[in-house]
Design a protein around this ligand. Structure first.
Ligand code: FE2
Ligand code: FE2
Length: 183
């Protein structure tokens, strides 16, 4: 497997860790524990800072090259590309809703809050699963050396603000939770 695909799969592996933390916070929030909103907010901030603006654009470049090689799974690719376009906005709205809930600026029922969080987490899993189960294997078997050479020129090495040697200040709590979860 090419390094670019290994990098994308590693991103997925990392996002899965964050989604699991979000699921745990969701359980707490559903039980009325609003303190869990903080980690939920940090998680959405992470998704906004890396998966939405760095990871998905990298995938878009790989998908674009793939589309020149094959017409397979065109519908799935169309759906994923559209989701890539929509996701920054979806995350932004989600993050804003959490901010509002944290600051108690607007009344939002627990039922509504829990449903919105659940829907967001589900969208993230569903998107990633479609890439992992259908598109990535197809790309791995279709792209040739020259395609990867081209992509190496198009894709820069970026560092993840949470899963790297130096974790950004605003992600320290989330980083600690992921570490505790793994222990
Ligand atoms: Fe994606
Ligand atoms: Fe992805």
């Amino acid at each position: 497997m090419h390094t670019i695909m290994k990098g994308l799969k590693k991103d997925h592996h990392n996002l899965a860790k964050v989604l699991k933390i979000m699921e745990l916070q969701l359980e707490r929030i559903a039980e009325g524990d609003d303190a869990a909103l903080g980690l939920m907010y940090d998680s959405s901030h992470y998704i906004q800072s890396y998966p939405d603006i760095i990871h998905h654009p990298k995938e878009d470049k790989v998908f674009e090259v793939f589309k020149h090689r094959s017409k397979d799974e065109a519908d799935a690719l169309k759906k994923l590309t559209q989701q890539h376009m929509d996701m920054p906005n979806t995350t932004d709205k989600f993050k804003e809703m959490l901010d509002t809930a944290i600051n108690g600026l607007e009344f939002i029922s627990r039922e509504d809050l829990v449903k919105k969080i659940k829907d967001y987490i589900e969208l993230e899993w569903e998107h990633m699963d479609l890439e992992e189960s259908v598109i990535f294997p197809l790309i791995n078997e279709t792209l040739e050396d020259k395609d990867w050479k081209l992509l190496e020129e198009l894709i820069d090495a970026d560092s993840d603000p949470l899963f790297s040697d130096s974790v950004e200040e605003s992600f320290q709590n989330l980083y600690q939770s992921i570490k505790d979860q793994a222990a």
